[in-house]
Write a protein that binds this ligand. Structure first.
Ligand code: HEC
Length: 133
C-alpha cells in the first residue's frame, strides 16, 4: 500500500469510527416518534378518532417494507385516492435522515401490537433514490 492510500484508509476508518457510534447513541425511535409523530398518533399510538388512525395492529406497518417507507416519506399525498381513508393530511417526512426514519419505523413496528422486522437506514436510502428516478 502506498503512503497516500494508507492515509486515506486511515482517514476513512476514523470518520466511520467517529460517526457511526455517535448516530446510534443519539437517534432513538422513541425520540423521533415523540418529536414528529406523537402530536397526531398520540403517545400510546391510539390516534384521534376521525382525525388520525391508531397505529395498533396496523396493516400498513406490518406490511411490505417498501410501501411503508414510501408512505412515510411522501405522506398522504403519495397515496392513491382509493387508499386514503382520512380527510386529514399526514405530511411527508423526507426531511428526516435515513437513520431517523429507520429508527422510528423500527420503533412503531415493535410497539402497539405490531410485530414486523426492523428497517435499516440503507433500506430508506434505497427507497429515496428509487423515488427520485
Ligand atoms: C399531522 C398529523 C400526522 C402526523 C404528524 C403523522 N401522521 Fe401518520 N397519519 C396521519 C393521517 C391523517 C393518517 C391516515 C392517512 C390515510 O389513510 O388517509 C396517517 C397514517 C399513518 C400510518 C398508516 C396507518 C394505517 O394503518 O393505515 C402510519 C404507519 C403512520 N401514519 C406513521 C406515522 C409516523 C411514523 C409519523 C411520524 C414520523 C407520523 N405518522 C406522523 C397523520 C399524521
Amino acid at each position: 500500500m502506498t503512503t497516500a492510500k494508507a492515509l486515506s484508509a486511515l482517514f476513512l476508518a476514523s470518520v466511520l469510527a467517529g460517526l457511526l457510534p455517535a448516530n446510534a447513541e443519539t437517534i432513538t425511535g422513541k425520540a423521533v416518534y415523540e418529536q414528529h409523530c406523537l402530536s397526531c398518533h398520540q403517545a400510546d399510538g391510539g390516534g384521534v378518532p376521525m382525525m388520525q388512525p391508531e397505529l395498533w395492529g396496523s396493516r400498513r406497518i406490518n406490511g411490505p417494507d417498501a410501501a411503508l417507507i414510501d408512505f412515510v416519506l411522501g405522506g398522504s399525498a403519495s397515496l392513491p385516492d382509493e387508499e386514503r381513508t382520512y380527510s386529514n393530511e399526514m405530511p411527508g417526512f423526507d426531511h428526516l435522515s435515513d437513520a431517523e426514519l429507520a429508527a422510528v419505523l423500527s420503533y412503531i413496528r415493535s410497539r402497539f401490537e405490531n410485530d414486523a422486522p426492523a428497517i435499516a437506514a440503507i433500506d430508506i436510502a434505497a427507497r429515496r433514490s428509487g423515488a427520485r428516478q
